[in-house]
Ligand binder design. Structure first.
Ligand code: BTN
Length: 253
C-alpha cells in the first residue's frame, strides 16, 4: 500500500492539520508527521504533551471506498492502530509492549502512547462520504525529567524504560507498514481478526478493572472480552456491563 508522508516542524495538532487536508480532498494514505505540537490533544479533549524532537506525533487519513465494509465496521480502527503500533514497537525494540482498553499502548504498566481516532461522516444526498483520522502519539526519546509532574508516575517512554534512544523514522516506517497491511486484511476479511488479535495483545482482558464512565458512573469488575464493536465487557456482580467509552484502570492481575 502506498502512503505519502507530509513532515512538519511544528503544528497545532496533526489531527487538525490532516482534517483540513481531508476536506480539501487529499487521498486515503495521506500521513502527517510533526516534530512538535502546540495543541496536541488526547481523548476527552485532554492535552497531549508534545515536546519537540523526542516523540512521535502522527496522523493517518483513512478514506474508505464506498463499496468496502459497512461504515459501522470501522469502529475497530482504534484497535487496528493499536495492534500496528504494538507490533511495530515490538519488532524495532524487542520490548514487550501491550494494549489497554480502549486505545493505550503500555510498557511496564505505564502509558507509552495513545491513539485518537476522529471520524467525519457526511451524507450529501444519498452518497455516503466518510473519512477517519487516526492520530498516534508515542513517547520515544523523552526523558523522565521532561515529563510534567501530573503524568510523571503514569507515563513512560522507550528511553525512560531502557536508557536507549530509538530512531523515530524507523518506528514510523514500521507502524505505517503494519497499519496498512492490517487495514488490507480488515477490508478483505472483516473485523473479527482485528478483535481477536487485539485481545491477544491486551492486558485488560482477564483483569479486574475500575471504569470511570463519561457520565460520572463507576463500574468495577472483571474485564472478560471485547464485543464485535470493540466495547469492553465487564462482569460485575450479577450483570455484564457493556462499556462503550471511559477510562479504565487495571486493579490486579
Ligand atoms: C490519548 O491517549 O488520549 C490519545 C492521544 C493521541 C495523541 C496523538 S499525537 C498525534 C495526534 N494529534 C493529536 O492532536 N493527537 C494525536
Amino acid at each position: 500500500m502506498a502512503f505519502k508522508i507530509i513532515h512538519l516542524n511544528s503544528v497545532d495538532s496533526t489531527n487538525t492539520y490532516i482534517d483540513n487536508l481531508a476536506k480539501k480532498g487529499y487521498p486515503h494514505g495521506t500521513v502527517v508527521v510533526a516534530d512538535t505540537q502546540t495543541a496536541g490533544r488526547g481523548r476527552f479533549r485532554r492535552q497531549w504533551f508534545s515536546p519537540p524532537g523526542r516523540n512521535i506525533y502522527m496522523s493517518i487519513l483513512v478514506r474508505p471506498e464506498k463499496t468496502e465494509r459497512r461504515l459501522s465496521d470501522f469502529s475497530v480502527l482504534p484497535m487496528l492502530a493499536g495492534i500496528a503500533c504494538a507490533r511495530a514497537i515490538q519488532s524495532v525494540t524487542g520490548l514487550p509492549v501491550c494494549l489497554k482498553w480502549p486505545n493505550d499502548i503500555l510498557l511496564e504498566e505505564k502509558k507509552l502512547g495513545g491513539i485518537l481516532v476522529e471520524s467525519r461522516i457526511e451524507a450529501p444526498g444519498t452518497e455516503l462520504n466518510a473519512f477517519f483520522i487516526i492520530g498516534i502519539g508515542i513517547n520515544v526519546n523523552m526523558k523522565r525529567e521532561d515529563l510534567p509532574e501530573d503524568i510523571k508516575d503514569m507515563a513512560t517512554s522507550l528511553y525512560i524504560s531502557t536508557g536507549r534512544e530509538f530512531s523515530r523514522e524507523l518506528l514510523i516506517e514500521e507502524i505505517l507498514r503494519e497499519f496498512f497491511r492490517l487495514y488490507e486484511e480488515f477490508i478483505a476479511m472483516g473485523k473479527g481478526y482485528i478483535i481477536s488479535e487485539w485481545q491477544s495483545l491486551s492486558t485488560t482482558i482477564g483483569r479486574f478493572v475500575r471504569c470511570l464512565l463519561p457520565d460520572g458512573r463507576e463500574v468495577a469488575g472483571k474485564a472478560i472480552a471485547v464485543d464485535e464493536d470493540g466495547h469492553l465487557l465487564v462482569q460485575t456482580e450479577g450483570v455484564i456491563e457493556v462499556i462503550k467509552a471511559g477510562d479504565v484502570f487495571h486493579c490486579s492481575s
